[in-house]
Design a protein. Structure first.
Length: 353
C-alpha cells in the first residue's frame, strides 16, 4: 500500500488528492486482486517524459496517482524514465520498501531521447533472478564477413525474474517513433530485429529461462500494421484480450503490447487482461478539472508569446499538460498463473501407477 502520510488535507490540492485516490482505488477494482502465490499481474506503462522540464516538475498529486496505479500490479515495465531519475525516486518513496526497481542507463544520441527503461516489482512476490542486460544486436554475415548492424534507437532492457513456480525473462522496448508513419520501414525493421533475436534466445536450451515476455511501447498504430505482424512471424503470441485494445490516452492507437513466447504449461494466462483508463477519474477532460488546475499551468495557459490564448487553445494546452502529469499512454496489464502445485503433484502421483 502506498504511503499517504505527507498529503495535507487542509490544502486544496491535498483534499482533492485524497478524494481522487479514493475514487481511483474504487475504479482499480476492475483489475483482479493481487494474490499471494496463485497469480501474477504484469503491466507495461510508458509514463511520458518521467520527468522532463517541458511543463516543469510533476505535481506531488500526480505521483500519488501513479503510485496508486502501479501498486495494483506485481511487476511493471516502465518506459520514458528520464536521466535525472528524480521522478522515479519520488515514486519509489511513496510505494515504500516492499517495492524495488532495476533500470538502465540512458541511451545516448538524439533518438535515445535521454531515456532509461525500468522494471518496478513488489519483492514480496517477485525476486530478481540475477540476469540483466541491455540488448545489443549481433553482427550479421555478409559476403563472408561479419558486419555490424544498426542498433535500436533505444536499447531494449532484459531482466530475469522468479515468482512462484516460474522463472521468466522480460524484455522491454520503446520502438522508434514517427508521426503519421504507421508502416515506417525503420519501425518495422526494429520490431523484426528484436523479435527474431529473442526467438533464437528462447530456442536456446541453455538460456537462463525459456519463458520470455516482450512488452512495452511498440508504437504500433493498429493490429493490421506490419509491425504487429512481425511479432507473430517470430512466434510471439499476443493475447486476444489485448490485441484490439488501444492504449494511448485518446484511445486511437495500439502503441503498447505484451507478447509471449513461453513453454506450454508455464505462465498460462488466466484470460483477464486490459488497459486501465485513469482519465475517467483524475485530470479529466472537462471544464471543472481544467479550471482547478489553472493555477498550476500559469502563465503559459493564459497566453503564448504575449498573445492571449482562445478558450479552445487553453483546453488544448491543458490536455497536453495533463499528459506530462500522468501520461499520454495508459497502463496495459495481464494476469498470469504462476502456481502449478496441483499439476506437479498429479504428475508425481501418476508415476506410482
Amino acid at each position: 500500500m502506498p504511503f499517504y502520510q505527507k498529503i495535507n488535507p487542509k490544502e486544496p490540492s491535498g483534499k482533492r488528492t485524497l478524494e481522487k485516490l479514493l475514487e481511483l482505488r474504487e475504479a482499480l477494482k476492475e483489475i483482479p486482486e493481487r494474490t499471494q502465490k496463485e497469480t501474477l499481474i504484469l503491466a507495461t506503462w510508458n509514463i511520458r517524459e518521467f520527468d522532463s522540464a517541458k511543463y516543469g516538475r510533476r505535481m506531488d498529486e500526480a505521483i500519488y496517482y501513479i503510485a496508486e496505479i502501479v501498486d495494483r500490479f506485481d511487476l511493471v515495465a516502465v518506459q520514458e524514465v528520464r536521466k535525472d531519475l528524480e521522478a522515479l525516486d519520488r515514486l519509489m518513496k511513496i510505494l515504500g520498501s516492499n517495492w524495488q526497481c532495476i533500470f538502465t542507463d540512458i541511451t545516448e544520441g538524439s533518438l535515445g531521447n535521454q531515456e532509461c527503461m525500468a522494471f518496478l516489482y513488489d519483492q514480496r512476490k517477485i525476486s530478481f533472478g540475477g540476469l540483466a542486460g541491455e540488448l545489443v544486436l549481433p553482427p550479421i554475415k555478409q559476403d563472408g564477413e561479419s558486419k555490424p548492424v544498426t542498433q535500436l534507437a533505444r536499447t531494449p532492457f532484459m531482466c530475469g525474474f522468479k515468482s512462484g513456480w516460474t522463472k521468466f525473462i522480460l524484455a522491454t522496448v520503446h520502438i522508434i517513433w514517427g508521426e503519421d508513419k504507421a508502416e515506417s520501414p525503420e519501425r518495422i525493421n526494429e520490431v523484426r530485429q528484436i523479435a527474431q533475436f529473442l526467438k533464437k534466445r528462447t530456442n536456446d536450451e541453455k538460456a537462463w529461462a525459456r519463458n520470455l515476455i516482450l512488452l512495452g511501447d511498440f508504437n504500433i498504430f493498429n493490429p493490421e500494421n506490419e509491425t504487429f505482424k512481425e511479432l507473430e512471424k517470430a512466434g510471439f503470441i499476443i493475447p486476444e484480450e489485448l490485441e484490439k485494445l488501444p492504449s494511448n490516452a485518446p484511445k486511437t492507437r495500439h502503441y503498447d503490447q505484451i507478447a509471449f513466447k513461453v513453454r506450454e504449461g508455464s505462465l498460462d494466462r488466466t484470460g483477464k487482461a486490459g488497459v486501465f483508463d485513469y482519465y475517467r477519474i483524475v485530470y479529466r477532460n472537462n471544464s471543472e478539472d481544467e479550471e482547478a488546475y489553472k493555477p498550476h499551468m500559469m502563465p503559459d495557459y493564459e497566453e503564448k508569446n504575449g498573445k492571449t490564448r482562445s478558450e479552445k487553445e487553453k483546453t488544448r494546452y491543458y490536455l497536453d499538460w495533463r499528459t506530462h502529469q500522468m501520461s499520454d499512454h495508459l497502463p496495459m496489464w495481464v494476469e498470469l498463473r504462476i502456481d502449478y502445485s496441483d499439476d506437479y503433484l498429479k504428475r508425481k502421483l501418476k508415476n506410482t501407477e
